[in-house]
Design a protein around this ligand. Structure first.
Ligand code: SF4
Length: 466
């Protein structure tokens, strides 16, 4: 067991000068996977994914993620793989194919697997008719052992969710809800083409509570054009009044070369620069801390009694494509167009284009179009990066316990580099066998992780960001 437990949480407030953070910010992955998705290659396809699925030990608990790629309109800041359409009948055919993909995954696994966690995300799962959502659940129950204590979570778009849908989703067994807010400032909402009132959001949150949802998460975004510290402060106050159990606060990723529609957000105001982003984040963190929320990892916040906080304090926090989670399973299988899977020994992504994804599945092929095998060295690096991202520190003995690797010798060059280049961010205590982020290093934890990332090149990967 880690000698450093219980773990302190990441600093609640952005307790560092803006110029210092700006100076030390870097470009690079947010390590929701390692190797990062930029390392996925088309040479990894259905055969490799099938082999990785077959290699999962029988009885190993799984997390399942089902992606619903439809939204009734496109938010201009959106970085997800999404199809904007008002034709809800498309959802029924999509679910037919999703069920066929579940068949393919179950067949490749070879034995009925326990599922301890199910998440429906998108896009907007509420785009689906309730009957189609029920078919997804029935299909999962028919092919997997959804355990009695399995956690079922769903994303719902407050602009587009009726009370009856919430009631039906609760009836299906969902108890965790995530809603996007991003920003309540009307001017910002106009800029990002996402008009969503506080009243709409409150109606969904209150209905969900009434229906017994145990956990409600709100997503916020900082770094959007038109955001000001005052406006963001008002948004945070309004969100705090909704009393969500958790918040995920993401920095806006402006990538118009990859998502051309994002150019539209620049029509009214420029994208804030790094200094402005830091000031926006500072407001978010100050207000949440003052309201009693506990920071979990880099970008999540939770009420003190939330299981995420307990997990963070006891080294049971995990990180996957959905962000920070209470670690219940070490493998996450994704189905649906663009979904990403983590089978432990490999990551892969499904075809993004819905028509092509449908064609592949209907042809009886796992619709995998890119991925990467995780070799033994990368499995150790992933363990190190995960613990740093989750705990802000690492006990080198834990690496020995889990992987039989002596970090001090195998990764001596990385330790040397941390001491040489990142002494302001991390304390390398060779006598105790620990790495511990400094207060500044917690805010820039990705810089520390990138030293263990063998694909990372300093200066590559775009502009520095936080
Ligand atoms: S609701 Fe979410 S997934 Fe859909 S377009 Fe807006 S940001 Fe993208």
């Amino acid at each position: 067991m880690n000698a450093l437990r219980p773990l302190p949480t990441f600093p609640a407030k952005l307790d560092q000068p803006t110029d210092v953070i700006v100076d030390r910010a870097s470009a690079g992955p947010r390590y929701t996977s390692y190797p990062p998705a930029t390392q996925f290659r088309p040479s990894f396809g259905p055969a490799e994914a099938a082999a990785a699925l077959a290699a999962i030990p029988a009885g190993e608990p799984l997390s399942l993620y089902a992606h619903v790629p439809f939204c009734s309109q496109l938010c201009w800041y959106c970085g997800c793989n999404v199809t904007a359409t008002r034709d809800r009948s498309r959802g029924t055919g999509y679910v037919d194919t999703l069920i066929r993909e579940l068949d393919l995954v179950a067949a490749a696994l070879g034995a009925r697997a326990p599922v301890v966690e199910l998440a429906l995300g998108g896009g907007s799962p509420n785009f689906l008719h309730v009957a189609d959502l029920a078919r997804v659940l029935d299909a999962i129950r028919a092919r997997f052992d959804l355990t009695a204590d399995a956690e079922l979570g769903i994303e719902l778009d407050p602009r587009d969710t009726r009370a009856e849908q919430i009631d039906a989703v609760a009836e299906l067994g969902f108890t965790r809800l995530s809603v996007g807010v991003q920003d309540f400032d009307p001017a910002v909402q106009e800029t990002i083409h996402r008009i969503q009132t506080v009243a709409q959001t409150r109606a969904v949150v209150e209905r969900a509570r009434l229906q017994g949802f145990r956990s409600i998460n709100v997503d916020l975004v900082y770094g959007l054009p038109g955001q000001t510290p005052e406006g963001v402060g008002r948004t945070i106050d309004e969100v705090i009044a909704l009393a969500p159990d958790r918040l995920a606060v993401f920095g806006y990723a402006h990538m118009p070369h990859l998502r051309p529609h994002q150019k539209l957000v620049e029509r009214n105001a420029p994208v804030p620069d790094l200094t402005a982003r830091v000031e926006l984040l500072r407001v978010v963190m100050d207000r949440l801390a003052d309201a009693g929320y506990v920071r979990v990892g880099l970008d999540h916040f939770a009420r003190p009694d939330d299981p995420l906080v307990a997990a963070a304090a006891t080294g049971r926090l995990g990180r996957n494509f959905q962000g920070y989670v209470v670690r219940r399973a070490s493998r996450l299988l994704g189905v649906g167009a663009s979904a990403i899977s983590d089978a432990g020994t490999a990551y892969w992504q499904d075809e993004v284009d819905v028509a092509e994804w449908t064609r592949l599945v209907e042809a009886g092929t796992l619709p995998v179009v890119r991925g990467v095998a995780v070799d033994a060295d990368d499995q150790v690096r992933r363990f190190i990066i995960n613990r740093l991202m989750c705990d802000g520190r690492l006990d080198l003995a834990d690496v020995q316990t889990h992987h039989g690797v002596d970090v001090a010798t195998t990764y001596a060059a990385e330790l040397d580099r941390l001491e040489r280049d990142h002494g302001d961010l991390v304390v390398v205590d060779r006598a105790r066998g620990t790495l511990a982020a400094t207060p500044l290093g917690h805010h820039l934890i990705r810089n520390i992780c990138s030293v263990f990332d063998r694909y990372h090149r300093d200066g590559a990967g775009g502009s520095p960001t936080i």
